[in-house]
Design a protein around this ligand. Sequence first.
Ligand code: ZN
Ligand code: ZN
Ligand code: ZN
Ligand code: ZN
Length: 305
Amino acid sequence: MAEPTLCSFLTKVLCAHGGRMFLRDLRVHVELSEARLRAVLRAAGPERFLLQDVAEPEPEGLPPRDTAEPGRHDGQRGGGGGVACRVVAVSAARLCARYQRSECRACDQLHLCRRLMQGKCPHRDCWSTCALSHDIHTPGNIQVLKNYGLFGLNEAQLQTLLMQNDPSLFPEVCLLYNRGEALYGYCQLKDKCHKVHVCRAFIRGQCKQKSCKRSHQLVEATSLEVIEDQGLNLPSVVNFQIIASYKHAVLHNTLEGAASSISAAAPDQGPGRQGTRGAGVAQVSLPVSTPAAKERGPVNPKGRR
Ligand SMILES: [Zn+2]
Ligand SMILES: [Zn+2]
Ligand SMILES: [Zn+2]
Ligand SMILES: [Zn+2]
């Protein structure tokens, strides 16, 4: 397989398994040595595949939410004790925001119904009645998918990929929480607020605060009710967190590098670097140790395709 075709295929396999897999599980689907597969993933870069060495997971699902203590490292749980490489599907492909308001006819982004991708378009089963496209295979969308190396993904796989990458599919963030100095910002509803209390800039990969007052812990900030309300599933939120934490670390390394004019702080994808740095950052305080393949959420409740 040519490299771009192989990368599309690997993204497809990852997204068919919840968007995140261990390298050894991914390898089962391709006839490549582990070293060769690693090389392919690294060559594609963290814009496509995030590789991180993490502590071996416990066999069962995510720990109960209230035991997911901030700052706790998986390695401290005393589970299997080994280290495994996990691979997370990353993409820069996004839904066109202007298309959602019928303000864009053609651009380099996907023209798809956002609510379809969130699994909650009321026209889901009779999509000819929705004003927005439910077809990932329009000529325009096919071209976008090709441009991002995503050709061959079906709707459910694309949905999985977008849910963990596109901030516009994330639950609605509380804007009042994001203003002011108080613990809850200006949000008067505090714990009773139905919107997510999380740093909006972080979600967008733009938080430049050195010590941000707003939460960067999406899994803790996003209540299960909100997740269900919004048609999300927990694995998507966890994967979103992993990717956002990585990007945040890269942004800050870059900022610090610029500040001290050390060019070496650029986010390169040299062997070994991504794993160690990413694991150190994204790993902290996240209940991320569940094999993605076991986590099938309500993204595609009808089991279509
Ligand atoms: Zn557009
Ligand atoms: Zn729709
Ligand atoms: Zn609020
Ligand atoms: Zn922040």
